[in-house]
Design a protein. Sequence first.
Length: 168
Amino acid sequence: MDCPNCGKRLPEGSIECPRCHPKNLAAMAPQPIIPERAAGSSALALILGLVVAGGGAYVWALTVHWIGLLAWPAIIIGGAVGLVVRVTGKPSEPSNGMIGALCGIVGIGGGLLLIYLQKNYSVKELMSAADVTNLAFIFIGFSLSRSLSSSKSKLRLKISIPPKTPQA
């Protein structure tokens, strides 16, 4: 069989011409493989973010009698909301961060409200549960819902290593 480009005879069992397609062609000019992302929608991100936030708030309120008045589920709700908004929202859309923050407020704030309404805690019980650790969990959950939902450019670090100096 002859090569359709250059006309040179192809080696037996070969599917590429060694002249037209050298083995090191990929190494000479590598091309990055960039996956195409399906175009998302801000409305879809908001709807699914609110669904995940509401579901998380409801599950958190249901499990309070097993876990007590602990706020670590706020981290899970915030992370889940942020990821859902990021995956379903438009790529590189600045509004994704606002949608994530709104859904985080709904999920975490709604969970706290449902816990308050479900158990009828007294103010003294709620204040005793509002220690630094639980407040930090809530803050981290809000932060995750906002930061995970907004797309960021990749962080590029330039590291320069100084040359070794000869030892005397």
